[in-house]
Design a binder for this molecule. Structure first.
Ligand code: CS2
Length: 483
C-alpha cells in the first residue's frame, strides 16, 4: 500500500481497473522490438502511446525497451511497476486517465550498457527512437556536427569499442558499429527531438563519432551504415508538462492505484515522419501518424510557430512574474504575442506545411488550456540550444530580406534578461552566458556577446539588431511587454 493507502500499479493491478483504463494491448504479449533512449515524460506520453495503439490495431507485438540516460528515480519506479504508468489527458472540461503498457523493459545507460548493446545488435530490434533533448546531441555551435572537444564526448571516444560510455551518441554509435560488424539486418534510428532536420543531425553526430573513434574498421562500418541504417526526420508534438504531486494524487484517485511516475499531457498529439525507414517498424499510421516524403515544412512550422512562441511566452512571462503558459496567455498581451510572432515568422516557412494562420489559431487554444500547468521555467531551460533552432534562423532569413523583426527582438530581449545573473534558469552554457554580463559592458555589447556564445557571430555583428534588443531591455526588466 502507498502513503495514500492505494495498492501499487503493476500488472496484477490491471484486472481491477475499468476496461477503458487498461492498456490497449496486454503488455505480456509484446516483445522488445523498439529501443528508445530517453525515459522522460514526453516519450511516455507520445511515441509509447502511438506504439501501443499501433500494436493493438495491427496485432503485431511491438514493445519498447526504454533506456534512461540519467533518471534513476523514474527507472526504479517503473521497474517496481512492471514498466506500467498512467497517462492523464488534461482537457479544459476535465481529465481522463489510463494506463499505458507499451514499455516492456527499462535499462540504465551505464550500468546496463551490455543489455543496451545486445538490443542494438538484436535482429528483432529494427527501430531505435530518441528523446534526449537538444543537448543530448553534443553538437558544436560552430559546425553543427559532433563536438569532439566536449569532455563527455572525448571521454566516450577514448573508451574503446567495449568501454564505458556516458553519452547516448557514444553508446548508440558503438552499439550500431557492433550491429554492423555482426551483419545484423537494417535498422532505422529516429530522432524525436525538436531540431530542424533532426534525422540528418542525428545521422551526422553518429557518423562523426564513428569517424573520430580509433576503431580500425571504422571505414567499413561507415560504409555499411550508409547502406543499412536510416535516420528519418520526424516532427513530434504534444505538450507534456512535468508531473507534480497533485498529478500523482489525481491519477491515484482516478485509477484507484498508486502510480509513482504518472505523465500528464494535453489531448492533442501529432507525429509526422519522413517515409524513409529501411526496416520493419510499428504501423504508427494506424494511430494517426503521418508519413510524408519530406518532413521539413511540418518541422519548421512546428519549431518556429509552436516552439518559437513557447520560448517567447516563457521568457517574457517570467519577466512579467507569471508561472505557467496558461497564466501568460491570460495577460492582455499573451495572445497578441503568439499571433504577432506567428505573423512575423510565417514568410520564412516553406510551402507544403500547415497553414500558418490556422496553426496560430490552434496554438492559442492549446496554450490557453487552463488544465495544463506548463511551467515557464521548464520551457525556458536550455535556451542557448532552443533559440538556435526556434528564432535565430528566422531572424537571419528575415533580416537578409530587409524585413522588420520587432517581435523576435522583443523575444530576444526576454531571453537576454533571463540570462542576467543571478538566474536559476538552467542552461548547459550557463557560465558562458553569465560571463557576458561583465561590469561596465554596454547593453548592446552584452546582447552581442550572448549571441556569440550561442554560435551566432553573424547576428552578434548586426548592430541594428543588438541595439534594438538592448533598447527593449529596460521595459522587459520592469515586467512590461509592449507589442
Ligand atoms: C517546449 C516543448 O519545453 C519546451 O521547450 O517548447 O517541449 C513543447 O511543449 C513540445 O515541443 C510540444 O510538442
Amino acid at each position: 500500500m502507498s502513503a495514500a493507502g492505494l495498492p501499487p500499479l503493476n500488472r496484477k493491478a490491471l484486472a481491477g481497473l475499468e476496461p477503458e483504463q487498461r492498456p490497449a494491448v496486454d503488455p505480456a504479449e509484446l516483445r522488445s522490438r523498439v529501443l528508445h533512449f530517453g525515459l522522460g515524460a514526453f516519450h511516455r506520453a507520445h511515441q509509447a502511446v502511438y506504439t501501443e495503439n499501433a500494436a493493438a490495431r495491427s496485432g503485431e507485438p511491438w514493445g519498447i525497451t526504454a533506456v534512461a540516460p540519467r533518471s534513476a528515480r523514474t527507472l526504479g519506479a517503473l521497474r517496481d511497476q512492471d514498466c506500467l504508468y498512467s497517462l492523464t489527458e488534461r482537457r479544459p472540461g476535465g481529465s481522463v486517465s489510463r494506463v499505458v503498457g507499451a514499455v516492456t523493459g527499462v535499462l540504465a545507460l551505464r550500468p546496463d550498457a551490455a543489455a543496451v548493446d545486445a538490443l542494438l545488435a538484436d535482429p528483432e530490434v529494427t527501430v531505435v527512437t530518441l528523446t534526449v533533448t537538444e543537448k543530448g546531441y553534443h553538437r558544436s555551435a560552430r559546425t553543427g556536427g559532433l563536438d569532439t572537444t566536449d569532455p563527455a564526448v572525448a571521454a566516450d571516444l577514448a573508451a574503446g569499442p567495449d568501454g564505458e560510455r556516458t553519452t547516448v551518441v557514444g553508446r548508440l554509435a558503438a552499439g550500431l558499429a557492433a550491429r554492423m560488424r555482426s551483419g545484423a539486418p537494417p535498422i532505422s534510428v529516429v530522432s524525436c527531438d525538436n531540431m530542424a532536420s533532426n534525422g540528418v543531425v542525428l545521422g551526422q553526430v553518429v557518423s562523426d563519432f564513428v569517424r573520430a573513434a580509433a576503431w580500425p574498421d571504422r571505414a567499413e562500418i561507415l560504409d555499411r551504415m550508409s547502406e543499412t541504417v536510416a535516420f528519418p526526420s520526424t516532427v513530434v508534438d504534444r505538450i507534456v508538462p512535468a508531473a507534480t504531486d497533485t498529478d500523482r494524487a489525481a491519477a491515484g484517485a482516478a485509477l484507484g492505484v498508486h502510480d509513482a511516475v504518472p505523465v500528464v499531457g494535453e489531448p492533442y498529439r501529432q507525429w509526422v515522419l519522413e517515409d524513409s525507414f529501411t526496416a520493419p517498424r510499428p504501423p504508427w499510421e494506424l494511430d494517426g501518424a503521418l508519413f510524408v516524403p519530406d518532413a521539413a515544412p511540418y518541422q519548421l512550422t512546428k519549431l518556429r510557430l509552436l516552439n518559437g512562441s513557447h520560448s517567447a511566452l516563457a521568457y517574457l512571462g517570467l519577466a512579467a512574474d507569471r508561472t505557467t503558459i496558461a497564466d501568460t496567455m491570460a495577460t492582455d498581451w499573451g495572445e497578441r504575442l503568439v499571433r504577432a510572432l506567428c505573423a512575423e515568422v510565417a514568410p520564412t516557412l516553406p510551402d507544403g506545411g500547415p497553414d500558418p494562420g490556422a496553426y496560430a489559431d490552434d496554438l492559442v487554444v492549446r496554450f490557453r488550456n487552463p488544465a495544463m500547468q506548463h511551467l515557464l521555467r521548464q520551457i525556458g531551460s536550455d535556451g542557448s540550444l532552443k533559440i538556435t533552432e526556434r528564432w535565430l534562423p528566422v531572424l537571419r532569413s528575415l533580416r537578409a530580406h530587409g524585413a522588420a523583426t520587432p517581435v523576435l527582438e522583443l523575444a530576444l530581449a526576454g531571453w537576454v534578461d533571463a540570462t542576467r545573473p543571478p538566474t536559476d534558469i538552467t542552461d548547459p552554457a550557463h557560465d558562458a552566458l553569465a560571463a557576458c554580463w561583465g561590469p561596465g559592458a554596454r547593453p548592446a555589447e552584452t546582447v552581442s556577446a550572448l549571441l556569440r556564445v550561442v554560435g551566432a557571430a553573424d547576428l552578434a555583428d548586426d548592430t541594428a539588431l543588438t541595439t534594438a534588443v538592448a533598447d527593449r531591455l529596460p521595459a522587459v526588466r520592469a515586467g512590461r511587454v509592449e507589442i
